[in-house]
Design a protein around this ligand. Structure first.
Ligand code: COA
Length: 206
């Protein structure tokens, strides 16, 4: 991995490559990827190194959807002295009075509305929408095409699956997972997996 790195993307899988697209579209220079499983190879023409060898002082964004894996990589890279950078694709909309924490990734076509608070290391994937006054705590993932309505709270480590809808004013508890296509009409308990329309619990995620 080059030492003159501007941004290192942690994770060289699908989301990592989407993060690369967002970085390039946003005019950020990317020096390579950090990925244990693919270290020593190349991805999209860039070198893939080991996360525990990533050079201190580089900027990084994690291109992995799993909140748990993202947490592990953030802890490792922060401890090595890398600096998280927030990447917003230029074809995403982030409205006024909305704040994004460190290390966030917002992909093309996402619409993040007004007066939203987004914590650190959150991801809003392509064509997802987040409504006014909503709060995303740290390490939340909103998958492609999901619609999170206004004044919703997504607690830490929540994932909202592709095409799911979370109705206005609801709270989704920490670590919960909203399945693809679900319509959430009630608060979701921490750690709960919900599917269907209206969404109903399946089993706790381990
Ligand atoms: C909800 C989810 C996490 C469950 O995953 P899982 O625990 O591995 O569940 P399984 O695939 O073993 O399915 C268990 C049961 O739930 C059903 N199920 C799974 N996901 C469902 C969903 N989104 N909506 C409705 N039913 C669903 C399955 O059909 C299966 O039913 P069955 O027992 O009657 O056959 C997952 O299916 C999901 O929706 N993930 C989000 C995917 C996504 O949005 N990816 C974006 C990639 S960019």
């Amino acid at each position: 991995m080059r030492e003159d790195a501007d941004v290192i993307i942690a994770g060289a899988g699908g989301v990592g490559r989407e993060a690369l697209d967002a970085c390039l579209a946003a005019g950020l220079a990317v020096s390579g990827f950090a990925d244990d499983g693919l270290a020593g190879g190349r991805c999209r023409g860039l070198p893939v190194g080991r996360p525990d060898e990533a050079p201190a002082g580089s900027a990084y964004v994690v291109g992995i959807a799993s909140p748990a894996v993202r947490r592990r990589l953030v802890a490792l890279l922060d401890a090595r002295g890398l600096e998280p950078v927030t990447v917003v694709h230029p074809r995403a909309i982030v409205a006024p009075e909305t704040t994004l924490g460190d290390g966030c990734l917002v992909l093309g076509g996402a619409h993040v509305s007004s007066s939203i608070t987004i914590g650190d290391h959150c991801q809003v994937h392509y064509n997802a929408t987040v409504g006014h006054d909503t709060v995303l705590r740290d390490f939340v993932t909103v998958y492609p095409g999901a619609n999170v309505s206004g004044s919703v709270v997504l607690e830490e480590d929540v994932t909202v699956g592709s095409g799911a809808v979370v109705l206005q004013g609801l709270t989704v508890g920490a670590g919960a997972f909203v399945g693809a296509g679900a319509v959430v009409t009630r608060d979701v308990a921490p750690g709960q997996v919900v599917v269907g329309a209206p969404a109903r619990p399946t089993h706790p995620r381990s």
